[in-house]
Design a protein around this ligand. Structure first.
Ligand SMILES: Nc1ncnc2c1ncn2[C@@H]1O[C@H](COP(=O)(O)OP(=O)(O)OP(=O)(O)O)[C@@H](O)[C@H]1O
Length: 301
């Protein structure tokens, strides 16, 4: 049976009169990779800070490993949070970070860290403040991976990392996770890059949860139908529409739900094109309704 690592109910965080996290309910199971996704300012970092005891909620219940995170050192020891911009003591070199890491993470694997240092070509003896932006991100990524913390958060961890380095991160993460399963929460805007890594998606928008679903279900959950506007509209009928773009007499409409074989054949007979929706497209559709509306208005004008 899978254990629940995090339980949040009615979780709320306000900054003054602004509500950044608005009464959200969710659970994280052990040994899964979660994507915490959403637009800028959606509330992702705030949720991760609440879960790691860096912030106190204004309302709601929160349990991490069965306890309130901020008040329990034994819970905090099982967490690793890699922020977008990690801060280190002024005089630290990268090697000092890795020497100190075992004090904080009981599962720290020094030889895995060494392998990652070589993979990322990280200069160990250079002062941290002299590292390039990508090298600084690599320090955080290495700590996050080699810590093997039972609950690891990566909050947009790879600012400045080049494409090769990002793929090293994804490969090592998957490889190590297969051998040492744990719960990983990854927040990123590079959705297509990580789409195949994620097992479960939590989509946040303006402090609320828009979607909390298994990634496999999400991937097949929507289809784009494109073709002559009138034919597309007739074909989709009363199906729930999650995005609509049109240009002149052509329309491209994304519908919620799968099409069965008979519907696919009918679409082909009508000369319509069907395309699966990528996770990134789906999220743009779900969180960017104004964009779809604007495209339609522009086309109509
Ligand atoms: N200390 C603070 N005081 C006031 N408002 C804050 C504070 N921290 C965050 N906010 C606001 O709360 C909202 C959520 O911020 P948060 O950093 O959680 O978003 P995010 O989803 O992580 O965004 P991004 O993808 O841009 O990193 C934003 O509107 C932000 O401006």
């Amino acid at each position: 049976m899978t254990a629940t690592v995090v339980r949040a109910s009615g979780l709320t965080k306000r900054y003054g009169s602004f509500t950044a996290v608005d009464g959200v309910d969710f659970a994280l199971e052990e040994n899964r990779i979660y994507g915490l996704l959403g637009r800028n300012g959606a509330g992702k970092t705030t949720i991760m800070q609440l879960l790691t005891g860096q912030l106190f909620p204004n309302a709601g219940e929160l349990e991490v490993f069965g306890r309130t995170p901020a008040e329990h050192a034994d819970v905090l020891r099982r967490l690793c949070f890699i922020a977008e911009s990690q801060r280190y003591p002024e005089d630290f070199h990268a090697q000092h970070v890795f020497k100190a890491a075992p004090w904080f993470f009981e599962n720290w694997d020094a030889s895995f860290a060494e392998r990652l240092i070589a993979d990322f070509r990280l200069p160990l003896k250079r002062p941290i403040k002299k590292l390039s932006r990508g090298q600084l991100s690599a320090v955080g990524v290495i700590v996050g991976l080699a810590s093997r913390a039972p609950l690891t958060f990566f909050d947009e961890p790879y600012l400045g990392l080049d494409a090769v380095a990002r793929h090293i991160f994804y490969d090592r993460l998957l490889e190590d996770y297969a051998e040492y399963p744990r719960t990983i929460v990854l927040s990123t805007h590079l959705i297509d890059e990580v789409a195949n890594l994620l097992e479960h998606i939590i989509l946040i928008d303006q402090g609320r949860i828009l979607l909390d679903r298994d990634a496999e279900e999400v991937r097949g959950s929507a289809t784009t139908v494109a073709g002559a506007r009138a034919v597309v509209e007739e074909f989709i009928g009363t199906r729930p529409v999650i995005g609509r773009e049109s240009l002149g007499g052509l329309a491209s409409v994304t519908i919620d739900g799968r099409l069965d074989q008979a519907e696919r054949v009918r679409a082909a007979q009508l000369g319509l094109e069907l395309a699966p929706v990528s996770l990134q497209q789906l999220i743009v559709h779900l969180t960017g309704t104004d964009l779809a509306g604007t495209a339609e208005q522009e086309a109509a004008a």
